[in-house]
Write a protein that binds this ligand. Structure first.
Ligand code: FES
Length: 74
């Protein structure tokens, strides 16, 4: 089994690294062959849904969430 990593880019897409299949709502797979990383849009402005096309850079969309740290100090 291949590890999959999903990284939230600051003010940008979700970057998926690892072997995954992206499907539409009918279960049909998008062609992602040859890609090491997949960028999924999370701003909603792309013209290539569900993939990021870079439009987020021009819209002022912001997202800078971070994962909570030290939630279970012992
Ligand atoms: S995150 Fe890049 S176009 Fe939406």
């Amino acid at each position: 089994m291949t590890d999959v990593k999903i990284r939230c880019r600051k003010d940008g897409p979700l970057i998926i690294t690892g072997e995954v299949t992206v499907t539409d709502h009918e279960g049909n797979a998008f062609d992602t062959s040859g890609r090491e990383n997949i960028a999924l849009c999370r701003c909603g402005a792309t013209s290539k849904r569900p993939f990021c096309d870079g439009t987020h850079r021009h819209t002022g969309w912001e997202a800078s969430e971070t994962a909570p740290q030290n939630e279970n100090p012992e």
